[in-house]
Write a protein that binds this ligand. Sequence first.
Ligand code: UDX
Length: 412
Amino acid sequence: MEKLVVIGSGVVGQATGKGFIAMGHEVVFCDINPETLAKLGSQGHKVCPPELLEQEQGIKAFFLPISTPTVDGKIQLGFLKGAVANLGMGALKKNNDYCIVVVRSTVPPNTTEGSLIPLLEKYSGKKAGKDFGVCMNPEFLREGRALEDFINPDRIVIGEYDKRSGDRLAELYSGFNAPIIRTNIKTAEMIKYASNAFLATKISFVNEIGNLCKKLGIDVYDVTNAMGLDKRIAPHFLQAGVGFGGSCFRKDVEALTHKSKSVNNEARVLSAVLDVNALQPMKIIDMLGQKLGDFNKKRVAILGLAFKDNTDDVRDSPSISIIRNLVDQGADIVCYDPKAENNMKKLFPQIAYAESAVDAIKNADACLVLTAWKEFGKLKDQDFDSMRQRIIIEGRRVLDRTKVRDFEGVCW
Ligand code: UDX
């Protein structure tokens, strides 16, 4: 059992810490936000504000899963650099034994070696590779399933500053049933971006095929189900719809595109992935326009606000641009989401929020389904009988064709 510290206790930090606890290690969670620590409680682990971290001794590894948002496509490293500087001048300086610093944030290639290690050395007065080790260990965790993904990874990537650093981290992961890939640090940084960019590309690709299928009267799911049986293609991430949302895909593809530009390299596919995704929510608006005509004073029910099911997260959710467009065109919106209502209210306080899907649908001129919540798959034909006009369009494949008649999908 080793003593580990997680600095930055958000979704990734919690999954990392709780995962290592499940593997028998002792974990201290640290965060600059006292509320985050209070919510974590202290059962089965310790919590610690950054200013007290240097009092902890015997630490074997510091994990840094700190968010790296983008502004205008450019990654913001402020939070991460702040935490790294604090770690350098505090706990790393005071920790007497050899320990490793593990960058878990998603950062562009060369960030750890170019910016973070110099900060650690400057503030701790110690030397990387001699007094302490450094690894870059990207995460591939899905929101809502982060702990499960941490415990059952497809692969573990260890970007190591030197062999000793990598050996230490590989030891911590030795109980996991997954291949461990050991690389240099910038390769590990790239593996994370390339993985997310590829998944985003898959989605924009199927959406493009889906848009074409729609025009040709083909159900894209019949196409992708067959495509997915080809082992080289695989069935995952072939679900066409209103496009991807969430906190990672757009941000990471943008950051990679930006990085690419900074070295004079044009990333045409990546730019197209973002363009297709930005336009995809408008496909459903166009379809609605053809059926409904003018949106002014029309009542539109929106089922699903979260960027995917099983989360209250609306960051980059396609529902945002769809609602904004409808509101701008004078539609009366009534929404329903089992979890994401409060988060959407912060963006759209002026629209109506219903207690249930059935309530939202009542008297609506049209209904758009934008998140694949399982409960929408239980809706029955008569649930839609209360609509003023029966216009139902799915942006995610979730309604059950055996229970509901007369609806269509954005790409099917
Ligand atoms: C993603 C990555 O999966 C994860 O590895 C990374 O570390 C963080 O980003 P997450 O954002 O939680 O995870 O959600 P994910 O389940 O990947 O879905 C992202 C978006 O893509 C959702 O809006 C989802 O609806 C959409 N999506 C996904 C599709 O439109 N079609 C698909 O086939 C799959």
